[in-house]
Design a protein around this ligand. Structure first.
Ligand SMILES: Nc1ncnc2c1ncn2[C@@H]1O[C@H](COP(=O)(O)OP(=O)(O)OP(=O)(O)O)[C@@H](O)[C@H]1O
Length: 246
């Protein structure tokens, strides 16, 4: 299968400290991948580099069939190219309904010119219903986002990201603060989303990663320490030393 994202030999230092150290790995176009690693392993910096928030000192980040360099693009261009990022804390418009939040996300997808005269069309109304269904919020479309549970807010935000039709979705610690039932629903949501796009989940919670049942990349000191199934990487003595054995 061809790679959608190809990170090769990237390094990034902050005040002489190498947060990312000659990091290389790739993500397929249709794949669910978990990225784990101890505190300070470079997980956030990796996401910052892919989304254009941080520039690496060296290396290359290529995206799509033609291998476009993401390093030549700014954050907005990278998002338009099809990279969506879900931060840990949900950032929905609390006073607006679920439907309005999703409608705004669809609107954000438009060019600046079409936004000027933009009105919800029957197409966007149908798309909002589709997005709500995709993230399990069909019954909550008319509710104020502020009234939703923490898990539902996270799903709403994922729905808002889906409005942009990302090809790669980077999700930061989706299980944090969720109830067990919400975690289970989030697992199935992420697995479903990864049936038609690339989804990279950065997560500390091993139980959650186990449920994702996908390939795992372990980062340590800014490089890949191990890669494979969760069972494979958790048997690796280096991984046990630096991460699990703590
Ligand atoms: N802007 C910055 N300035 C200075 N140091 C930074 C900066 N960003 C990250 N670092 C350092 O780089 C290292 C890697 O940080 P990063 O946040 O990428 O790790 P992480 O794997 O996401 O950790 P955590 O699991 O704690 O979120 C850390 O030692 C951190 O202190």
């Amino acid at each position: 299968m061809s790679a959608l994202l190809e990170v090769s030999g990237i390094s990034k230092s902050f005040d002489g400290f190498k947060a990312i150290n000659n990091l290389s790995f790739s993500i397929n176009a249709v794949e669910l991948r978990a990225v784990i690693g101890p505190n300070g392993a470079g997980k956030t910096t990796f996401m910052d580099i892919v989304t254009g928030k941080t520039r690496p000192d060296e290396g290359e980040v290529r995206f799509g069939e033609t291998g476009k360099s993401l390093l030549k693009m700014n954050e907005a261009q990278i998002a338009r190219e099809g990279v969506g990022r879900k931060f840990q804390r949900p950032t929905v418009f609390e006073d607006q309904s679920v439907a309005d939040n999703l409608t705004m996300a669809l609107k954000a997808d438009r060019s600046p010119f079409s936004v000027l005269g933009w009105r919800p069309s029957s197409v966007s109304v149908a798309r909002v219903a589709e997005l709500a269904a995709e993230v399990g919020l069909s019954d909550a479309v008319d509710r104020r986002a502020g009234e939703l549970s923490h898990g539902q807010k996270q799903w709403l935000e994922i729905g808002m990201l889906l409005a942009q039709e990302p090809r790669l979705l980077l999700v930061d610690e989706p299980a944090a603060g969720m109830t067990l039932a919400e975690r289970e629903q989030t697992t199935s949501l992420l697995c479903r989303l990864a049936e038609s796009r690339a989804v990279v989940v950065v997560e500390h919670d091993m139980d959650f990663v186990r449920r994702l049942n996908c390939k795992v990349t372990v980062l340590h000191q800014g490089s890949v320490l191990a890669e494979g199934s969760l069972d494979h990487v958790t048997r690796n003595p280096d991984v046990i030393d630096v991460y699990l054995g703590r």
